[in-house]
Write a protein that binds this ligand. Structure first.
Ligand code: AP5
Ligand code: MG
Ligand code: ZN
Length: 215
């Protein structure tokens, strides 16, 4: 199964991705998590990406596309994958289509988690993340117990780009550069949508209804 997750910052892509990856036994590939790992390890890719991420801008397409193509050729992607945060521009979506076509493969669905702008600021400023495995928590909606990640036990932290100012910039970038992908996938009859304003477990149930039983 090959799935991409769409939706604004704070829609709950990362939160749902952890559960989807578990239930359908496919790797969760988050471009944001890969960039953050590279930043924490001070790699050349991390140094380049940090210039953009800290300001809420997108990392240039070619850097991102090369990184994802490389990742999709790992053995664990043989039975499918879940892309979270990629594609994010029309050029990235076209590059992914081309990559799939060359391999005679196709996407199963582009799943968009819809959340209006008004909900997002509270979600983002209350978010805490696990620096080791990327799990997301929220001080009010999904509080970490004693400040530790439930999945791996690391201390959770606040993301540097979760300040009010950067979140607003990220939302603008989303509207300008990523929202056009909704039509891109609608035209290709691959789009499905879920209401992301519901509780975390209810959103997951709607997603499972769309994806069906694991094979
Ligand atoms: P990325 O890490 O992908 O950030 P994002 O898209 O801005 O999305 P978020 O991770 O902020 O939100 P999410 O939808 O995963 O929400 P979450 O589940 O955590 O990208 C970061 C940066 O990297 C970009 O700005 C860009 O610079 C760069 N980048 C990444 N990919 C790129 C690409 N393809 N091209 C170029 N640049 C790229 O949930 C949010 C909060 O809400 C959490 O606290 C959570 O607990 C809570 N929550 C979740 N669901 C619910 C619910 N149903 N009810 C209540 N609270 C909820
Ligand atoms: Mg995320
Ligand atoms: Zn963790």
């Amino acid at each position: 199964m090959k799935i991409i997750l769409l939706g604004p910052p704070g829609a709950g892509k990362g939160t749902q991705a952890k559960s989807i990856s578990n239930r359908y036994s496919i790797p969760h590939i988050s471009t944001g998590d890969i960039f953050r790992k590279n930043i924490s390890e001070n790699t050349p890719l991390g140094i380049e990406a940090k210039k953009y991420i800290d300001n809420g801008q997108l990392v240039p397409d070619q850097v991102t596309i090369d990184m994802v193509k490389d990742r999709l050729q790992h053995d664990d992607c043989e039975n499918g994958y879940l892309l979270d945060g990629f594609p994010r521009t029309v050029s990235q979506a076209e590059a992914l289509q081309e990559f799939l076509q060359k391999r005679k493969e196709s996407l199963d669905t582009a799943l968009c988690i819809e959340v209006p702008r008004d909900f997002i600021l509270e979600r983002m400023t209350g978010r805490r993340v696990c620096p080791s495995c990327g799990a997301s928590y929220h001080i009010k909606f999904n509080p970490p117990i004693e400040g530790k990640c439930e999945l791996c036990g690391s201390d959770v932290v606040q993301r540097k780009d979760d300040t009010e100012e950067t979140v607003k910039e990220r939302l603008d970038v989303y509207e300008r550069q990523t929202q056009p992908l909704i039509d891109f996938y609608k035209e290709r009859e691959l789009l499905s949508t879920v209401d992301g304003t519901k509780a975390i477990n209810e959103v997951f149930e709607s997603i499972c209804t769309i994806l069906g039983e694991p094979v």
